[in-house]
Design a binder for this molecule. Structure first.
Ligand code: XMP
Length: 510
């Protein structure tokens, strides 16, 4: 299989670069700059390397560098932003700070031809975000594009197949970004495009059929996309040999537990063990108000429930996990302060008696996982399910949790989701849900005074959930949702819409 290496210098768009490459049917792998050598690159046989952007200045001694031998290794390289400056620096060029004239945002780009700009209009819009720039290109290179304030918007040494762009071709604001990447991947690196989801499904099914054989494999279903696709893939590979365990903690959205059971147990005919542990979780959570304690309790209880299930199931040969590529990359990075302790179906390896872990999706991005899910015939409602926190509604009910509050929130949330669908607004948002605030306020119904709960509606639009903006939902939709919730959900007399972005708020309220 053809591979492109995305060499990570700390830029914010690295995953996006890899996704853009894969969208063009070429497998891209992200690796930190300090864990790969030129020898590794040659040995792996990468068809090309992309140097990513990064927040540093190349002349800062602490900035991430790379072995200059890469420039003469015979492997095509595309440097993006910091990657372009680094490439120039490694080749003996000169980098300077643009100071006052640093560019940010959409900028007009004029190019002077060359392989990278095949089929690209002479002037077009590109996305820039930089302070430094290449003042003098290294020996062998030519300037191939400029903007009004950047004298080296692109450079190339066609002979050595080395290319640098100061702008970001991976960002959709760059009008010809896709074409430029395509030119690099196909025109320069000579890729043929052998990364296809159909092939992936077939290859994986065959691989796991062979690997698992007549042994048994256990998969924990969370109701989320990743574990669902993982289970469906393995089911296709080994059928009856797969057992799925679904712990329903009672804090799922309305009817969601039943939907999971219907889909996997009935429609797919999988061996599914559903453990209804709602009461057990709610008992543990009684009176608990701290968000972090709620998370901890749910995480721990999950493990306990599994431990008991594990004892009944006994020894399994394989434990399947729905790990996906961003999890693999993220667990390799050290930074990022813990804002909330995330709970997922982790920790299982300690409580299940198994020989080996299998992670069939560990090379895939989320959109690829979804494509695989569709190919396997999973319902769209599952494949395009929005993210849902592991602790479920527990972190959307502020303050102490009671069964009544859970029901109330499930109903309010279901109405909001229905109206999002009725208004065709689902695609406007990346995630939307209702929150049961702990606030009660005065209202009036008929002639009577009420003193009831306030429900907050939350909807955000985001690429990566690290930052998010609140969605500009149509007023008519909000009005309809508000009126239905206050009419149909007893105990709620006020609905508010959350107009805070992340940061400073987080997506979830707890
Ligand atoms: P925040 O609230 O941190 O959420 O801005 C970012 C994204 O993560 C989801 N989220 C969680 N997912 N376990 C999860 O599996 C958790 O504990 C958790 N907390 C937040 C949240 O729904 C959003 O998509």
């Amino acid at each position: 299989m053809e591979k492109i290496l995305v060499l990570d210098f700390g830029g914010q768009y690295n995953q996006l670069i890899a996704r853009r490459v894969r969208e063009q049917h070429i497998y891209a792998e992200i690796r930190p700059f300090d864990r790969v050598t030129v020898a590794d690159i040659l040995e792996t046989g990468y068809k090309g390397v992309i140097f990513t952007g990064g927040p540093n200045s190349v002349y800062d001694p602490a900035s991430p560098h790379f072995d200059p031998a890469i420039l003469d290794a015979g492997v095509p390289v595309l440097g993006i932003c910091y990657g372009c400056q680094l490439m120039a620096w490694l080749g003996g060029g000169e980098i300077a700070s643009a100071g006052e004239i640093s560019e940010y945002g959409k900028v007009r780009l004029s190019h002077k031809g060359g392989k990278l700009f095949d089929g690209v209009q002479e002037t077009s819009v590109c996305w820039m975000s930089h302070t430094d720039y290449v003042r003098r290109v290294p020996k062998g290179f030519k300037v191939t594009a400029v903007t009004d304030s950047c004298p080296t918007a692109a450079m190339a040494d066609e002979k050595r197949k080395l290319y640098g762009v100061q702008f970001h071709p991976e960002v959709t604001h760059t009008e010809y970004g896709k074409a430029i990447l395509h030119n690099f991947l196909y025109g320069v690196c000579g890729c043929a495009g052998d990364w296809q989801m159909d092939d992936f499904v077939e290859r994986s099914v065959e691989y796991y059929r062979e690997k698992i054989g007549d042994k048994n494999v256990l998969c924990a279903l969370s109701g989320g996309v990743d574990s669902a696709v993982c289970a469906a893939l393995l089911h296709k590979a080994v059928g009856e040999k797969l057992t799925c365990v679904f712990v329903d903690h009672g804090l799922m959205r309305k009817d969601e537990g039943d939907f999971v059971e219907e889909t996997f147990g009935k429609a797919f005919g999988m061996k599914l063990i559903r453990i209804n542990a709602g009461e057990r979780f709610l008992t543990k959570l009684a009176g608990v108000r701290s968000p972090e304690r709620k998370r901890r309790i749910i995480g721990e209880e999950f493990i306990r429930v599994f431990e008991e299930a594990g004892k009944q199931i006994g020894h399994v040969s394989f434990l399947a996990q729905g790990t996906i590529y961003p999890d693999v990359i993220e667990s390799g990075s050290k930074n990022a302060a813990v804002i909330k302790s995330h709970h997922n179906v982790g920790g299982l390896p300690d409580v299940i008696d198994f020989d080996e872990i299998v992670e069939p999706l560990r090379d895939l991005f989320k959109d690829e996982v979804r494509a695989v899910g569709e190919k396997l015939g999973l319902p769209k409602a599952l494949v395009y399910r929005q993210p849902f926190p592991g602790p479920g509604l527990a972190v959307r009910i502020l303050g102490a949790i009671t069964p009544e509050k859970v029901r109330l929130l499930q109903n309010a949330d279901a109405i909001f989701r229905e109206e999002m669908a009725n208004f065709g607004a689902e695609s406007l948002a990346s995630q939307y849900f209702a929150v049961l605030t702990n606030a009660k306020s005065v209202g009036v119904i008929g002639d009577a005074r009420t003193y009831s709960y306030t429900v907050a509606l939350r909807s955000v639009t985001t690429e990566d959930f690290m930052t998010a903006t609140w969605t500009r939902l149509p007023f008519d939709l909000l009005e309809k949702a508000s009126s239905r919730i206050t009419n149909e959900v007893p105990g709620v007399n006020r609905v508010v819409y959350d107009i805070t972005s992340k940061p400073p708020a987080t997506v979830e309220w707890e």
